[in-house]
Every structure is written in C-alpha cells, then in structure tokens.
Design a protein around this ligand. Structure first.
Ligand SMILES: *Cc1c(COP(=O)(O)O)cnc(C)c1O
Length: 398
C-alpha cells in the first residue's frame, strides 16, 4: 500500500494531478476542515476494504472474486490484492485492463454473458483470461471461435433463478438461461471446457439468506439433469449491507446458508466461488457533499443521482446514513427529516430519503453520506457539467 502522509492540501493537489492518491492521516471531519471542499469529495479507506475482504474470504468456503463494477478505484483493487484476493469478476475489457494493471497474477473471470468477440479475443490473448461465462449456445460458439477453440478455457453456464422478491434489483430478467436450458448448455460446453462451472446471481442486496439455499438446491437439480461432470459452482453476489430502514441478514448468515445448502445437496466437494461486490466495499467509502441552498426541508447539495448518488434516487430510494459537518461550529442537536436535491437541472435528480439531519443545517454546511463505497463513483456522469469529484484515501488509524 502507499505510505501514509500528513493531511495537506498539496498532497491532495498532487493526487488530483493524476498521481496515485496518497493515504492521508485523519478523519472525515479533519479532512473537511482542512480542505473545505467546494466540490463533492469521495473518501475511501483502503485498509478497511482489505479487512472486510479478509473476513469474507476467511468465512467463505471457496474462492471470493471481487465484482469490479462495484468500485473500480485502483486503490480498492490494490487493497484487495494486498488482502490476498486472487480472483476478480470483470464484465468488460476496461475492467480486465484495470485489474491487470494492478496485478499480473490475478485470475480474472470475464463474467458478462454477452461479450464482443474482439473483447473475448483480447481478454484471452492479451490479458491471460481463461474463465468466461455464457447463457446461450450462440455465446458458446462466439467464445470458442474468438479463442480459436483453445483447450485451456473454463466455462461457466449462468442460469437465472426464479424472481425471489428479496433483491433490490433482480438480474434474472436480463441474464441467465432457464434451468432446463442451463442443463443442456452444460452438456454442450462440457467437451470444450477444461473446467466447467455453473453460476447464478440471486440479485443485489438480498433481504433473505434462504434465497441462497433455494438457488443452490436448484443448481444441484440442473447439474443432475445435465448428466455431465461439473467442476465448479459460483454462487454470485447479492450479499447485503445494512442501510437505515432496511432489515437484512448478516453476510455471515448468508455464507452459513450457502455452506449448509452445499452440504445438503452434496455439492461441497466442488470448487466453490462467489462474486461479492457491495458487501466488500460499501461501508468503506463515503461521499462528502456541501449544502448550496436550503428551502425548508429540501437541501440542494452539490452531488446527486447523476453523480455518486444514483441509488438514493427515485429508482432505488436507498436511505444512506448521513452526518452533518460544520468545521469550527456546532449544531443545536435537534434532528429532523430532510430531502435532498442534486445539482443538475433534472427534477429526477431528487433524493427523498428521509435523511435525518440537524434542524439548523444551513447553506455552506457539509454532509457526510455513508455506505457509498459501492455503486457510487462507478456510476458518475458529467451530466450538466457536474461530474467533477476528487477522491482521497484515508489511513485507518482512527
Ligand atoms: C453486479 C454483479 C455482482 C456483484 O453483486 P453484489 O450484489 O454487489 O454483490 C456479481 N456478479 C455479477 C455477474 C454482477 O453483475
């Protein structure tokens, strides 16, 4: 990891100029007091990412690969490698290149079921990728021809679990073969795959650990039906994180449910994998925004749903934890619910929360929005010219 340096504006300027962000000493309050940021400021704690990943890898009965789309910041990838993570789940050539820049040795899985032939070719020949997923016979043929029928590829057949109602976003309407089709695809792919796997994704941010157990039961049935030996089972992502107002199981409860189901269905001797995203990073990053104007209970802030706060918007309505910051000042202590509006001219750029903040919060105060280590900066746009956001990494010395 980078060395720790004292909090100083020059260091941040240097990181803005394109050098690796240094890890700064200090907490969020001190950073805000020192920088008084006029643009959104993204804060990451790489050591906490490493610790969270280590805990996941220790508990999970197989190989955990980080789903890169969740947070593709280089310091995150580096922290995960530092923690001993050996595998990554990428969906594009750009994500593959990013992981390769950080680690020459990482096993990169190309787990998008619809890939460009050029991307498959580059992944295989230029970046050493050997693991690919698919959910159709056409994609199987595409992978085989793009790799010249290479004999060292591993293939994962993705099946779509039935809609479970327990996920914030269900992926089954977009990806995955039906269980019957998946059994046929396992048969078709068997002779071309060095190692053959079955994979699924139960949907992101699940609220009920038994979804894993049910889906593993279904996977066992698909494997039986295929009639061919299957080497690997990839139980995907979906491991939840607690946001205010949401009742979700602990990650360890989900992992226990997976272990019990694997044993129950006699799958515990296979190579087991998972693709955690959110659960490894969400709690290890935050976004600091400034209140530019207040109208009653509506706070106009300098970042929004087109920036780092997509999940707080009208689609997912995630209530992120918030904390007001007023360097050198205090609040009167009374809390009340607020709504927030992002900076763009689009009225969809609204976050209704409610977000509990001091009743006397005012123009010029800052707000730390927590649990934004996942699905935040990876979705930032420059819509309306509001894309600029600096990132700092803090050393975990508090
Ligand atoms: C997004 C995604 C993940 C990560 O999902 P989380 O719910 O964040 O854990 C894993 N695998 C695939 C294929 C994905 O698309």
């Amino acid at each position: 990891m980078n060395k720790v340096v004292p909090l100083a504006k020059e260091i941040v300027r240097r990181s803005k100029a394109g050098n690796q962000p240094a890890r700064l000493m200090g907490n969020v309050n001190e950073v805000v007091a020192a920088l008084r940021p006029s643009e959104p400021l993204y804060v990451l704690w790489p050591e906490r990412v490493a610790a969270t990943a280590k805990a996941f890898m220790d508990a999970f009965p197989g190989d955990a690969m980080f789903a890169v789309k969740t947070n593709p910041h280089e310091s995150v990838i580096r922290a995960l490698c530092h923690a001993g993570m050996k595998s990554f789940d990428a969906a594009s050539l750009e994500e593959i290149r990013l992981v390769r820049r950080v680690s020459k040795k990482a096993r990169i899985h190309f787990m998008h079921t619809v890939k460009a032939p050029e991307a498959i070719r580059a992944a295989y020949y230029d970046h050493g990728v050997r693991d690919f997923s698919l959910d159709t016979i056409d994609e199987l043929n595409k992978i085989l021809s793009a790799t010249n029928y290479a004999e060292d590829i591993n293939l994962f057949i993705r099946f779509a679990p039935p809609k479970n109602g327990a996920a914030a976003i269900d992926f089954s309407s977009k990806f995955g073969a039906s269980p019957d089709e998946a059994a046929l695809l396992l048969r078709s792919a068997r002779s071309y795959a060095r190692r053959l796997g079955l994979c699924f994704h139960v949907g992101t941010q699940i609220s009920d650990a038994s979804v894993y157990a049910r889906t593993i039961g279904l996977a066992a049935a698909v494997i039986r039906k295929s009639g061919v030996p299957v080497d690997m089972l990839d139980t995907g992502g979906g491991f939840p994180v607690s946001y205010p107002g949401e009742d979700v199981p602990e990650v360890s409860t989900c992992i226990d449910a997976i272990k019990v189901a694997l044993a129950l269905h006699g799958l515990d001797q296979m190579e087991i994998l998972a693709e955690p995203g959110r659960a490894l990073v969400a709690q290890n990053g935050c976004l600091v925004v400034r209140v530019e104007l207040r109208k009653g209970d509506l706070l106009y802030i300098n970042d929004g749903t087109y920036g780092g706060l997509f999940d707080a918007g009208p689609l997912l309505k995630t209530r992120f934890p918030v904390r007001a910051i007023r360097p050198g000042g205090t609040f009167d202590g009374h809390m009340k619910p607020f709504r927030m509006a992002g900076p763009t001219c689009d009225s969809l750029d609204m976050m209704n929360g409610p977000f509990m903040l001091p009743a006397d919060i005012a123009m010029g105060d800052w707000i730390e929005i927590g649990n934004l280590g996942a699905y935040s900066q990876s979705m930032r746009t420059n819509f309306n010219g509001f894309g600029s956001c600096e990132t700092v990494c803090l050393a975990d010395n508090q």
